[in-house]
Design a protein. Structure first.
Length: 275
């Protein structure tokens, strides 16, 4: 797959998402966000490329990475084209701490393969969460407090499940399980995305609420939880132009990836303390 083909595929994917939203069809965006949940560290464009080429992908790696894992790509399988940065050593600039200064010189198309396209050594079975959110509630609470955000559990006069107040999150104490985790993540997304003055001027409440719910949905899916607090409306976003839609989904993906990374770090610290 060439660069111009990748560009056209991305443009086509964004256009199809936009058309689906305008028509009130949430299925395509659901599929896209499911891919975002499975690959939280991939960029918006790469998630879009994966969903356009193989929406059922579960685990992707390059040819040589699979070979190191004791598996090989089946004969005749077509790779999934994604974009990767081209980084070169800069001999003219001052060397970095590791002895080399590296410069980003653009992007190139590389191909990855889903585990279903490979064969060989059996893959290990990864533990999956079945809906008990207690473990993750503790982790997200620690992430919130570690970011210097006050976390309170008390009834909210407006009747809302949760509220973000710039440096403070309030959660209805009656919420339990996956519902509590989803609302905690939703409000954390607000804290991360929506208290910048410029951001608030350039967005509406509808956009901000939708982005926060989308982040929570992706994070819940990524950890294996079924969040019941999100209505189907979260998926419809808003009828903006292609650039606005793409920008919103890019922010959703980055926020979800950051939260998942922080959750992983919080879990690692807890395990070390218990050792």
């Amino acid at each position: 797959m060439k660069k111009d083909e990748v560009k056209k595929l991305i443009e086509q994917g964004v256009r199809e998402l936009n058309d689906a939203l305008a028509a009130g069809d949430s299925q395509q965006l659901k599929e896209f966000m499911a891919v975002m949940a499975r690959f939280p560290r991939y960029s918006f464009n790469n998630c879009l490329l994966i969903v356009m080429q193989k929406p059922d992908a579960q685990m992707v790696q390059g040819f040589h990475a699979w070979k190191k894992a004791g598996r090989w790509v089946k004969k005749g399988e077509k790779g999934i084209g994604i974009v990767a940065p081209m980084v070169y050593r800069n001999k003219e600039e001052k060397a970095s701490e590791d002895g080399e200064e590296r410069m980003l010189r653009g992007f190139k198309v590389v191909h990855v393969y889903d585990v279903s396209q490979t064969e060989g050594k059996e893959m290990p079975e990864f533990a999956r969460v079945t809906g008990d959110a207690g473990h993750y509630i503790d982790a997200v609470e620690r992430v919130i407090r570690a970011k210097g955000i006050e976390l309170l559990y008390e009834e909210i006069a407006s009747g809302a499940d949760g509220v973000s107040r710039k440096g403070s999150i309030v959660i209805d104490p009656k919420l339990e399980g996956a519902e509590r985790f989803a609302v905690l993540t939703h409000e954390l997304a607000h804290e991360m995305l929506h208290w910048d003055k410029v951001k608030r001027l350039l967005t509406t409440k509808t956009i901000r609420e939708t982005e926060a719910e989308a982040v929570a949905h992706v994070v819940c899916r990524a950890v294996g939880l079924d969040s019941t607090t999100h209505s189907a409306d979260y998926i419809r976003l808003y009828s903006g132009d292609l650039d606005v839609l793409a920008g919103s989904l890019d922010g959703i993906q980055k926020a979800a990836a950051q939260i998942l990374e922080l959750l992983g770090a919080a879990e690692a610290v807890k395990e070390e303390a218990a050792a």
